[in-house]
Design a protein around this ligand. Sequence first.
Ligand SMILES: C[S@@+](CC[C@H](N)C(=O)[O-])C[C@H]1O[C@@H](n2cnc3c(N)ncnc32)[C@H](O)[C@@H]1O
Length: 217
Amino acid sequence: MPDAAQLAQGHWNETPLFLTEQQRYSEYPWLYDVAEFREHAGDKVLEVGCGTGADLLQFAKYGAIATGVDITDLHLDLARKRVGNMAAVLRADMRELPFENESFDYVYSHGVLHHADEPERAASEILRVLRPGGRLNVHLYARWSESAFIYLLKHGVRWKQHVENSTAPVHIDLYTATRFRKLFPGCDIRFSKHQCYKLRFAEPLLGWFIVGKGRKL
Ligand SMILES: C[S@@+](CC[C@H](N)C(=O)[O-])C[C@H]1O[C@@H](n2cnc3c(N)ncnc32)[C@H](O)[C@@H]1O
């Protein structure tokens, strides 16, 4: 039985997720500000699960010393082509990050830890590589969300097969603020929610992404 990391590699090596920068930030108009791409000039920024590198490139464009890690070879190739020499892109499993303790000022991850079957290990690695006073910004699928409800109505109990960019199997978990907070003990995490496709006014309550931002003490 493959574990979640093996499923992820099978999924995205078969059907890579590549959007142009224009496509990505028009599909997720809130992401530019929420990710804080413009706010980390000179900081050492790590992106966990950088995929094909669109977000990593934004940090680098605004002056961050940016490093991305991912586990899917095809995504890594596409990310390297996209960022060129503006950022470092490494193959690594988020459960075992190849960095010294306290080596980053800011760790960012969009849409990745909910694909882990051992999210506690990934979260503790994020805390380990963050310096004291450094900040994390992690985006996960929200249990109480318009999207989860619509997928369920449309596809029934096996709806999770239809969430990603193909029906190739992949592990997906949904998060509440309580579950999210347990991943990062000792961190004062603040939450917001984003991305509704129909009930846009309800985004703060029913957004598909629950975003947690916190500071390592
Ligand atoms: C939905 S994609 C998101 C990629 C990118 N953050 C984005 O928003 O486009 C999930 C990514 O997580 C990566 N991933 C899944 N499990 C991983 C693991 N154990 N270690 C590192 N990366 C992993 C996958 O390879 C994939 O690139």
